[in-house]
Design a protein around this ligand. Structure first.
Ligand code: SAH
Ligand code: SF4
Length: 375
């Protein structure tokens, strides 16, 4: 993507950076030098890249930028989690959430604008507007978060932005190539350098890409499981019709690197009267047998028009106990950032609502709708 016809260097892999520099007559060593400034120092201004001669700085600035996506909104929750709403150059938007703990934190990146899947409990799935995010846009979310928390030069230890979760808007394995490229940039040891052990990709269960992801990226895997029978999973997660439970669990069994020290996380959303009975919990223990696993029980987060309710806390506690007795850790996720609609499944609600109210105001004022980004 370009700004004023200048190419943004963010999101290019090492090979592409070499090619972009060769196009202006520069040798490959320059790519190494720039990589350090861009991803280790976090520098955006060529004039501050002090190991590069002044004339060369000028030449680079003529052709390239080191850009960031535009932030259209940034909110901080009462519980200190933070949400950025990004507006990309085509007007599309996506959200990123940071969930801080005491001395570390997880940054939740989006991989798509909206999602083509239509899981019935998920607000993101109700959006009509969908496109893949580019590597530039995925890495850009992290660059902005690092700017915000002043984590440059890239710290080796004691970072607030210690973990990455690909759990924001979209199905990351439906945008595999761009996500893989972005993740490789994030893992690169000469730059941002976040290890694969600190990166978790959450998927609804795109089986062939789970295999690819394990072989090529080796990041931690989280599976949105949510049901113990194909009958129910077909109903609440349409992807199950294509990749049913048996195939999904087989891919988990074969996931490289999964071990008792590096377990696969099974996310399980607690839907009142739907999937939350003790019998469901017992079945869960049986079906997961043999997979190095842990659970994450997620109370359902409400959104306008949703047909579900969250299970009550007693039911969730009982469910968790049964999984514990079966030998699995099963913490209950404490919803974070609910006041700024940053919790799981709530993403995009706020921006969508704002757009709708803008649209209403325009219609009330007799202005025709020419806002093509309106969902
Ligand atoms: N598409 C990927 C990643 C994004 S969804 C996936 O489905 O795994 C991230 C997580 O939020 C998933 O586990 C998803 O099931 C969960 N989620 C979706 N809607 C939710 C809601 N309303 N309340 C709680 N969790 C929700
Ligand atoms: Fe898409 Fe994940 Fe939401 Fe399902 S839960 S609609 S896969 S974002």
């Amino acid at each position: 993507m370009t700004t004023d016809n200048k190419q943004n260097l963010i999101g290019l892999d090492r090979g592409e950076l070499v090619v972009a520099l060769a196009a202006i007559g520069e040798k490959p060593f320059r790519a190494k030098q720039l990589w350090h400034w861009i991803y280790f120092q976090g520098e955006t201004d060529f004039a501050n890249m002090t190991t590069i001669a002044k004339t060369m700085q000028g030449k680079l600035a003529e052709h390239f930028v080191v850009g960031r996506p535009n932030i259209s909104e940034c909110q901080t929750s009462k519980d200190t989690s933070r949400k950025w709403l990004f507006k990309f150059s085509d007007g599309n938007e996506a959200e990123t959430v940071f969930i801080p703990e005491e001395d570390r934190g997880a940054l939740c990146l989006s991989s798509q604008v909206g999602c083509t899947l239509t899981c019935t409990f998920c607000h993101t799935g109700t959006q009509t507007l969908v496109r893949n995010l580019t590597p530039e846009e995925i890495v850009g979310q992290l660059m902005v978060a690092r700017d915000t928390y002043d984590e440059w030069p890239s710290p080796k230890e004691a970072r607030m932005l210690s973990n990455i979760v690909l759990m924001g808007m979209g199905e990351p394995l439906f945008n595999y190539d761009n996500v893989a490229k972005a993740v490789k940039i994030i893992m690169d040891g000469d730059g941002i350098s976040i290890s694969k052990r600190r990166i978790t990709l959450s998927t609804s269960g795109v089986v062939p890409e789970i295999r690819k992801c394990g072989a090529e990226l080796g990041v931690n895997l989280a599976i949105s499981l949510h049901a113990v029978s194909d009958e129910l999973r077909d109903r609440i997660m349409p992807i199950n019709k294509k990749y049913p439970l048996k195939e999904l669990l087989q891919a988990c069994r074969e996931y490289p690197g999964a071990s008792n020290a590096r377990r696969i996380t099974f996310e399980y959303i607690m839907l009142k009267g739907v999937n939350d009975s003790p019998a469901d919990a017992h079945q869960l223990v049986r079906m997961i047998k043999g997979i190095p696993a842990k659970f994450n029980l997620i109370p359902f987060n409400k959104w306008p028009g949703a047909e579900f309710e969250s299970s009550d806390s007693k039911t969730i506690a009982r469910f968790s106990e049964i999984l514990n007795d079966g030998g699995y850790s099963a913490p209950i996720r404490v919803p974070r950032g609910r006041d700024i609609l940053a919790a799981c499944g709530q993403l995009r609600s706020a921006s969508e609502r704002q757009r709708k109210s803008r649209l209403k105001a325009r219609i009330a004022a007799g202005i025709e709708d020419d806002d093509h980004s309106a969902a």
